[in-house]
Each structure stands twice: as structure tokens, then as C-alpha cells.
Design a protein around this ligand. Sequence first.
Ligand SMILES: [Zn+2]
Length: 485
Amino acid sequence: MRVAIGGISHETNIFSPVKTPLSAWRILQNQELIDVSKGKKTNIGGILEIAEAENWQIVPTLYAGTTPSAPTDQAAYATLKQKLLGKLAKEEVDAVILCMHGAMMAEGVDDPEGDLVTEIRRLIGNKPLIVTLDLHGNNTEQMALSCDAIFGFDTNPHIDSYERALEAARCLASVFNQGVIPVTAFQRVKMLPPTINMRTAEGPMLELFELARQWEKRSGMINVSVFGGFPFCDVNYAGFNVIATADGDRLLAQKACDDICQRAWQIREQFLKELPQVEAALDLAEQALSENPTKPIILADVADNPGGGGSGDTTELLAAMIERNLVGSAAALIWDPESVDQAFQVGVGNRAIFKIGGKAEPKYGQPIEVEAKVKSLSDGEFIATGPMSRGNTMNIGLAARLEIGNVQVLLSQRRTACNDADIYRNLGIQPAQQRLLLVKSRGHFRASFEPLASKIIEVDAPGAANPNLHRFEYKNIDYWPLNKA
Ligand SMILES: [Zn+2]
């Protein structure tokens, strides 16, 4: 069997000040896609593993991904799409498996995933088309029903992209070997939950995933995927949705979708969470530190999570932390190529005036002008051992650590969410030995940092990924919670 693989994956934040030109995309094509992914615990790596066991011949098309940011430009999307479809059009294949996100937008194309699978369906006729998606997908009925089977992540933090890809590929094997005929069903609810309380280990998503697992026990059910949606896409279908896949029984799949959506609506208020603003959050941190915890307190700068489209360089929380100057404070990871360059010129052990952060979008905070000592420099490439990184190499670009009073500030050339504690270690900071850590991340940091921390304080500070959705101006969405007073 000849199985094509590929995908275009982006979580788009229309409020993000960071643009997404073609040059921002990491593109893997042809043999390189296989070489890079083979043996890795990633989504494509998972497909390759099953392909080898099943003796499939893999036809690599294009896999393109980039860090969350503003909608990619029209020409960039057209180029990526053309490369993927162009390769597919030239090949005779028996099936296609794609790894995508579900919350992508391009300029002029609101639903690129739907656009892509529709075109692929046109090319391959009724041959199997199977897709893996992120839990934050704003999926559409068109996209869901154009596919034979869909497998969304079951975990948040997302630590199961490899496992879901194994499932997707095994599903294809069951089509080839056992004559299984997967069909999908879709339902959505008009609700736009913020992502702040979407972890799968607790809260409303725990309950909704348990319901999904109950439905998966029904005979004939293949998969039930729950999607919390991504609120920073201003499209009138963004938000909570469910896609189920069953063996030949669309009605069964539909019942599962409808049931979970109904329950999600009933418990929607659980998705909301009021967070302390900057000074109040620091007061809470100081209070917690006064109780002499044995582990550090974490301040999560959730609104500036690069993993949700934040610029990674907002300054309000960082400035307040520098102002308080508490012993044992450290902050990561500030996206600031200019200051990193400057730190390399200044050299380790020397001092200079820096203008830290605040460069992408001044309305989210001005640069912090301050004298700092360069404490360490790094090429930014290291093995990241956290549960999400799973021993893969991380590359944050050239990186620097500055010391400002009692505060260590970590800067990088590549915009990267601080989801792995090895980001700190790479620049010589043992995170467990600090007292107060700022992390620019919304939730994925928890997999790596939660075991190190005595307390996590999520902060309502300015940024493109603020969970307080009332801070943004939506043009196309008027439903819950935006219509709440
Ligand atoms: Zn996600």
C-alpha cells in the first residue's frame, strides 16, 4: 500500500503582533520529512512506525509548521498548499494521513484545513483520508465530514501527538486489513471558552473526556475527540466542538458528538477563571514566599504565551518583577533578538544598558531600559527532557542570560514558549533552586514545571493570548462568553 503523509499546521491568533510570512514556516518535504521524523516520538514519527510494521510505502508530501502567530499571508498559504497538492497529484496513492492543527487561518482563507481536505478529497476520490488534530482546533463540519477518520489529542498539555498518530495509522491498517469503514460525525456548540481552564487532568475537560471515553466503549465506535477550540480566531464557528468516528455507523458517532456538546454547554461556566492582575499576583507570590516554601513559586505570564500567538516579549509582569527585586527571581523566555546580539557583543561578565522586550507591539508594554550584567550566553541548542519534548533537540536560537539585581532574565532569538525546564538549565539556572520563576506559557509549561513548583499563579497581564476575552474586540463572534456582562 502506498500511503501519503503530510500536513500544514498552525495555531493562528488574529490578535498576535507577530506576522507569519513563508519564511516563518519550517517546511519538510520528500525524503527529508522521513529522515527527520523516523524513530521520533512525534506525530509523523508515529505514522512511520506503523507504516514500517505494515509494510506500507510512504509517499512524503509536505509537512509545514510554525509557532502560533497572526494569519499567514495568502501567497504563503497558496505556496504550501500547492507543494502538498502538487506532490499528491503526481503520485498514485492508496490513502492519505495528515497531521494538522484545526485552528489555522490564512489571509483570505478562514478554514485552510477544510480547504485542504476538500481539495485532497477531489484528488483521491473515496480512498481513505485520515487526519490528526490539536485539542484546540476550531473545526468545521466541512473539514470533519470530508475525512474518513479524525484523531484529536486527548491531553492538554499535549503529550500524546505520537500516540494519536499511532491510532490514526492503526485505523488505516484496519481499513486495509479488516475492511473497517470509518465515518465521521461533527457537532459544535456556540461557545468560545478561553484556553486557561482546558487542562485534561482537571476541570470541565476532564469530565468531557471521561464522557468521550464512555462513548468510545460502545461497539462500533473508533474514536471520540473533544476540541476545546481556540478563542483567538475571530470566525463565527470558533469554539467548542466534537468529532467522532465510528465503523460505518454515522448515527452512533453523531449521538456521541451531540451528547458531549450538550454537557459542555451545561458546564460552560467552569471554563472561566478570574486571574489576578500584575501587582496582585506579585503580592500573592510574596505572601507565598513568606511561608518559606521548599520549592519555587511560578508566575505564569499566560497572556503572552508564544504557544498561543503571544509575542513573548511583553514587559508589564517582567518590569514589576524587576521592581520588586525578590531574591532568587528568574524569568524566561523573552523573545528579543536585538538584546541577545547586544549581550554577545558585551560579553559574559560585563555590564551595559539594555532595552529588554516590548518590541513587537508597544500596546502590550514598552521596552524595559535597565543596566544589566551578562551572566551567560548559549547557542540555544540543547536536549529538552520534559514530558512534551521527550528527549528531542530544542533550538531557541542564540540565547543570553542577563542579571538585573536579584533577577535573572533569559532572552532568545527564536520566539519559544517556556514549556521545558531545560530552557532554564541551558543558561545555567537550576529552576528548582530559584524562589520565583516567571514563565511565558499558558499551560504546556505544567508538564515540565509543575513537579518543581510549590505554587502556580496565572497572571492577567497584557498580551495577545489573554484568557480574559473581554480585553479583545471581536467582529464576528457574539456568543458566550463574549455576550456575558
Ligand atoms: Zn493545542
